[in-house]
Design a protein around this ligand. Sequence first.
Ligand SMILES: [Zn+2]
Length: 286
Amino acid sequence: MRILPLATTFALCVSARAATFSVSPQGAQPGDILTITVSPTGSEKIKAVGMSAFDTSLVKFYSRPDGSARAFVGYPFDRKGGLFPLVARVQTSSTEQTVRASFQGRTRDYPTQHITMRDSKTASKMNQKDALRNEKLLVQSKMKSSYAAPLWNGNWIVPCAGNATSAYGRKRYVNGKWWGQHNGADVKAASGTPVKAANSGRVVLSEYLPALRGNCVVVDHGCNVFSVYMHLSKREVAEGQAVQKGQELGKVGATGFVTGPHLHWEVRVGWEPVDPNHVVARGISF
Ligand SMILES: [Zn+2]
């Protein structure tokens, strides 16, 4: 058995932990939401938390009524399983300390999907790199900040009636060219089918975005959780409007980069897309 030098032993004895750090669930898969909690000990108060995880350089933490701070992190779909260390810098009322936790992630496999875009006009949209990039920057700019408390309540609903046709994470090739992994879920439904808010929140984008998304609505649900609805034939809400779970946002359509009428919807934590069907199945608890 290794004996610790005295100085270290002494330091361990006097440095009481000012905060604890946890991550759940263990055994998460890519596409899941990780819940991170920093709790103060004794009479300490959490002042600030600095943490990066995966592709997010600054994870956003939100205060809970019990004095702890909670953040959500999307486990990106292109990562393998393994043991992931998480490190945070926590500032409390009396001190600043580094806290560590880890979680065991599982590998997830996805099917490959080949899509053919016959319409040459639609297919040529694939090459509009600047238009695609500008559209993405516009959407990202609307999702930079989120309400600092949950606006959602209870379970999440699938926003539209129809058949689930393409699941989250599918590896997609369009006309033989790598297009990327599917960052949402598709529901096949006739044009004009109502599209409803998956949960309550506030509309932060309602625009026609021709390069990819078509008529698009983005709802902020608070605590950096957003839902996105694309390819609508009609939008029925405006930016800034509060919406209730189940409220109609618009109608299914075939606008933007599509082969036919369907709803593509996403749930994102910040900019990281997670599996919308996991959110419907498991909910998000703050
Ligand atoms: Zn889709």
